[in-house]
Design a protein around this ligand. Structure first.
Ligand SMILES: [Cu+2]
Length: 222
């Protein structure tokens, strides 16, 4: 299968999941091709929001894994994920938090994790100059010092970013601050994460998250 059609299929799968949640209570829907069954539940990534340790640091342990995922009903695919077989947990921190990440690579090839949209020292950013070899662990630590934002994290190996994200290495990193906009904010209930991964002729990767709360904020771009 050519790369492009493969990716289009992945996009369609995501749409199926989203529609399944929106209409799941109906058990079916009438479209212009007849009645379809919408049973695939929307997958909400779990939240990883560790309590600070005695030293006041919030520690996130992230492992790059290989696995298998049922992307289409009854069909499993080889996928990559962070702390699971596909995609990664939603990380959460507040402005002022000291955060420490450990990234352990259990894959067969080198990768990185890069904190997209995060204001932090270059040495902590997980770019192509900070590859994590198979079996190795990379540590990164910084103090969150920016307004509330929807950011994300993904590998950044030179020339391989799109492929690694496509295989499933991507997750959201939500930053909160003391400003309360008074909008819905119950994660997974009325604050729904939504991401899409698209690849065109080159590995151009975009990820956005939409929700009642987050839509009031500017998305970050690479
Ligand atoms: Cu990025």
């Amino acid at each position: 299968m050519r790369r492009r059609s493969f990716l289009a299929l992945a996009g369609m799968t995501a749409m199926t999941g989203a529609t399944g949640l929106a209409l799941g209570g109906c058990g079916g829907a009438q479209g212009n091709e007849g009645t379809v069954s919408l049973t695939t539940p929307l997958r909400i990534p779990p939240v990883l929001d560790p309590a600070p340790g005695k030293d006041g640091v919030k520690r996130f342990d992230l492992r790059l894994l290989q696995g298998r995922t049922e992307l289409l009903p009854g069909k499993t695919a080889r996928t990559w994920g962070i702390n699971g077989p596909h995609l990664g947990p939603t990380l959460r921190a507040r402005r002022g938090d000291r955060v420490a990440m450990t990234v352990t690579n259990t894959l067969d090839e080198a990768s990185t994790l890069h904190w997209h949209g995060m204001r932090l020292p270059a040495a902590m950013d997980g770019g192509p100059h900070q590859m994590v070899e198979p079996g190795a662990t990379w540590a990164s630590e910084w103090t969150v010092d920016q307004p509330a934002a929807t950011t994300w994290y993904h590998p950044h190996p030179h020339g391989q970013t799109g492929l690694h994200v496509y295989r499933g290495l991507a997750g959201l990193f939500l930053l909160d601050d003391t400003h309360d906009a008074g909008l819905p904010h119950t994660y997974g209930v009325d604050d729904i994460p939504s991401s899409s991964r698209t690849v065109s002729s080159g590995p151009t990767v975009n990820s956005t998250r939409t929700s009642a709360e987050r839509s009031a904020r500017s998305p970050t771009t690479s």
